[in-house]
Design a protein around this ligand. Structure first.
Ligand code: FBP
Length: 325
């Protein structure tokens, strides 16, 4: 019997155990974050099973939003919730309030649901540093004030990728145990990649720097090989691949959508938080994405994120454009 292998196989690092270990580093912590996260994990498990049952899109959107809102409110650890599915923010009644505010997209990549292509849930977490009535000001804060972020991808496997500010870690759902087990500790994105990910269908409406950047990906002038194009059309799937393989994911602004398509609070910020924690970077075309201060809860922003060197290239093109103007 290979005791060492069995010892490793039986030493299950579940996401709860992992976060409890993380929390034990903060003597003042009372386990509130662990309780909050366990409710987010519950929501992800529910959506994972619903996706595998092949629920149709409309129903799945509503179902997943309901489950997350109810789980987050009943956790007793939240005060403000912002969901892609709800026009207005949810303010938790005072008896059930807690110190966290959660912004989330319960089911991202909805256009891919009915064809069974990977979709996901995206979330970001802020702390509320006062005891007055919560307002949207408690979430209309820069992304660099987030304390944690993550996504759960519902694909060939169900994977939850999380950062609490000390690196990025991937947990795969073991359906037989019903537990997320640590399978990808301390994910670091390659410094440079050979993949670019963008909806080229919008190319005719792009600005100069984006057009030039994608041109360079296809026809590099520095002798380096052309990059490969990979685009699923689900941000979670495209960002997950970028995180593991390197390269760049971009959803730029264009003449039709001057602020791009993706939402700042529950798409751009969480993915930018994870990218920076993994050694990559995230840029809006003007500034570091996490330094944005949103004015509205469903605000959109252009985004370029991925390997450090690849994002540096597009930053240089926008800086040149800036100089020209
Ligand atoms: P939803 O929130 O409506 O799903 O839109 C977000 C999204 O599906 C992202 O997951 C994806 O990156 C992007 O839109 C795809 O947009 P497009 O179809 O314009 O390329």
């Amino acid at each position: 019997m290979d005791h060492e292998a069995d010892a490793y196989r039986t030493d299950l690092m579940t996401i709860t155990r992992f976060v409890l270990n993380e929390q034990s580093k903060y003597p003042e912590s009372r386990g509130d974050f662990t309780i909050l996260l366990s409710n987010i994990v519950l929501g992800c498990k529910f959506v994972c099973s619903a996706v595998n049952k092949g629920e149709e899109q409309k129903k799945l959107d509503v179902l997943s939003n309901d489950v997350f809102v109810k789980a987050l409110v009943s956790s007793g650890r939240t005060s403000v919730l912002v969901s892609e599915e709800d026009e207005e923010a949810t303010f938790v009644e005072s008896s059930k309030r807690g110190k966290y505010c959660v912004v989330f997209d319960p089911l991202d990549g909805s256009s891919n649901i009915d064809c069974g292509v990977s979709i996901g849930t995206i979330f970001g977490i802020y702390t509320m540093n006062h005891t007055d009535e919560p307002t949207t000001e408690d979430v209309l804060k820069p992304g660099n004030e987030m304390v944690a972020a993550g996504y759960c991808m519902y694909g060939s496997s169900c994977m939850l990728v999380l950062s609490t500010g000390t690196g990025v870690h991937g947990f795969t759902l073991d359906p037989s145990l019903g537990e997320f087990i640590l399978t990808h500790p301390d994910i670091k994105i390659p410094k440079k990649g050979n993949i670019y990910s963008v909806n080229e269908g919008n190319a005719q409406n792009w600005d100069g720097p984006t057009t030039k950047y994608v041109e360079n990906c296809k026809f590099p002038t520095d002798g380096s090989p052309a990059k490969s194009l990979r685009y699923v059309g689900s941000m979670v799937a495209d960002v997950h691949r970028t995180l593991l393989y390197g390269g760049i994911f971009l959803y730029p602004a264009d003449k039709k959508s001057p602020n791009g398509k993706l939402r700042v609070l529950y798409e751009v910020f969480p993915m930018s938080f994870l990218m920076e924690q993994a050694g990559g970077q995230a840029f809006t075309g003007k500034k570091r994405a996490l330094d944005l201060v949103p004015e509205k809860i469903h605000e959109r922003s252009p985004i370029f994120l991925g390997s450090y060197d690849d994002v540096e290239e597009i930053k240089a093109l926008y800086a040149m454009e800036e100089k020209k103007n």
